[in-house]
Design a protein around this ligand. Sequence first.
Ligand SMILES: Cc1cc2nc3c(=O)[nH]c(=O)nc-3n(C[C@H](O)[C@H](O)[C@H](O)COP(=O)(O)OP(=O)(O)OC[C@H]3O[C@@H](n4cnc5c(N)ncnc54)[C@H](O)[C@@H]3O)c2cc1C
Ligand SMILES: NC(=O)C1=CN([C@@H]2O[C@H](COP(=O)(O)OP(=O)(O)OC[C@H]3O[C@@H](n4cnc5c(N)ncnc54)[C@H](OP(=O)(O)O)[C@@H]3O)[C@@H](O)[C@H]2O)C=CC1
Length: 499
Amino acid sequence: MAAGLTTSKFAVVGGGIAGVTCAEQLASQFPSEEIVLLTAAPLIKTVTNFRQVSRTLEDFRVEEQPSSVLEAKCPNVRVIQSVVTELQARQHILRTENGMQFHYDKLCICTGARPKLLSTETPYLLGIRDTDSAQEFQKQLSKARRVMVVGNGGIALELVYEVEGCEVVWAVKDKAIGNTFFDAGAAQFLIPSLEADKPERAGPFKRTRYTTEDAMARHTSADKGAGLAGGSALGPDWHRGMSLRGAEQVSHKVHVEYQCEVEKISTREEYLQFQQGGQQSSTPGSEPSSDTGLWPVYVRLTNGKTYGCDFIVSATGVIPNTKPFLHGNTFAVADDLGLCVDDRMRTSEPDVYAAGDVCTACWEPSALWQQMRLWTQARQMGWYAAQCIAADVLGDSIDLAFCFELFTHITKFFNYKVVLLGKFNAQGLGQDHELLVRCTPAQEYIKVVLARGRMVGAVLIGDTDLEETFENLMLNQMDLTAYKDELLNPNVDIEDYFD
Ligand SMILES: Cc1cc2nc3c(=O)[nH]c(=O)nc-3n(C[C@H](O)[C@H](O)[C@H](O)COP(=O)(O)OP(=O)(O)OC[C@H]3O[C@@H](n4cnc5c(N)ncnc54)[C@H](O)[C@@H]3O)c2cc1C
Ligand SMILES: NC(=O)C1=CN([C@@H]2O[C@H](COP(=O)(O)OP(=O)(O)OC[C@H]3O[C@@H](n4cnc5c(N)ncnc54)[C@H](OP(=O)(O)O)[C@@H]3O)[C@@H](O)[C@H]2O)C=CC1
């Protein structure tokens, strides 16, 4: 072996939920082997309070912790904080920014994703991914009077509800809000929450939080300067305990611009120049405030309106972090730029697996599952990748994990519990489906997707208590044709009904 080369049977890259879960599982399967976990960030993510709510629904907390906590829990895991800059997959060698080299037998890439920004050219636009970017957002917000949020997925939904003391102009491509997670009916149910006063927060945030400041001392300037990798992704509750307050007295003021995209972003100087030269073809937007003062940045939307604001949040999805691995290798990459993995989490390079946001599930999925880049799936994939690596090393066979049978996601939007099951938006079903809906304003919204009489998806907003029953009906694919009228009848105890 060459000098300066560390050898290890197992290497995992990435200290987010996928990488840490994978390393923990490998550590318990191979207690006499050292597992090297390479990560760019000074803190790692660990799952706590894991609870299997039902067969496929799971609930857990995620904590950001120093790597010493993981090393104490799994003594055969060695965490090395350094950015991986190169992979020679055929030679089984990894190189890091601080000059270290590692030879592995099996590697799992769990480098997550980064925000897919609308533009990287303006300093007035930011994305939110990790603790640092959330703190930058908070800092800019504290001085802001108006912010534009672009995107219609998870981050946008959270921000427009949480931000106070600042006007929010929310530009969405679609006819309704929250298109990534639900349909127009659910959006209609949720919209009044944007206008109403928010309920009082529950007591102080109790989860242990570490700041990156201490750990930053160990974060070399080279790590930061390279811009190759940031910290792990934020997740549930990231905004709790964080003041998301702007500089104005307004409590909650959101103006939605539907069916539009960003056409042009101009600085104040460019905007004024255009106006003086008579080149500004669009009329200023129907400004949500009477204050039409000069703004640092102006956004022209495809609906012809222009809004000035203090800064823009690009909440427009993510791009998998594959950069250091692609050069010199022949990875199969999916349309969404994730590393393609098969049903054993294997990439197209030998002995290289991938899990979490960085990968794209390229196997033929079950009829009721789809990939979404979520916390739960990162944990499940990290866990399953470790099982697959172990099976390959030991020569065992392995079946696709049960969690990939049915898509499930529990979250919270606008202070409502939201449960998504299966093909919750009738994804891929074309016209071949029927919807049943029950809605009680300000209380609950329930939508069931039926295909050929079988339940294939559901959206449950509010405390409906239906998730477990519906999950079972989806998993057993019972013909519900005869029960359709009773299924959402509030006077029928559906749980007893199908017991
Ligand atoms: C604001 C926000 C809110 C969210 N809310 C939710 C939610 O409520 N529910 C939910 O299910 N999901 C949520 N998500 C999504 C969820 O956080 C991610 O899907 C999940 O954390 C991905 O985990 P991961 O381990 O794949 O990647 P990450 O958490 O991104 O971890 C990647 C790791 O790889 C490291 N890394 C990257 N490149 C390199 C390199 N070259 N060398 C070494 N290390 C490297 C990083 O430092 C990091 O430690 C949210 C995401 C964001 C941004
Ligand atoms: N509670 C939860 O579960 C949360 C989950 N997350 C996760 O974190 C990750 C990042 O969140 P987020 O950035 O909101 O990503 P999402 O993928 O959730 O949403 C991105 C949104 O931006 C839209 N979009 C994409 N490109 C453009 C564009 N050029 N102009 C306008 N709109 C555009 C997308 O539309 P289209 O789909 O039509 O392309 C989609 O509505 C995601 O994986 C998300 O699932 C984040 C916060 C909360």
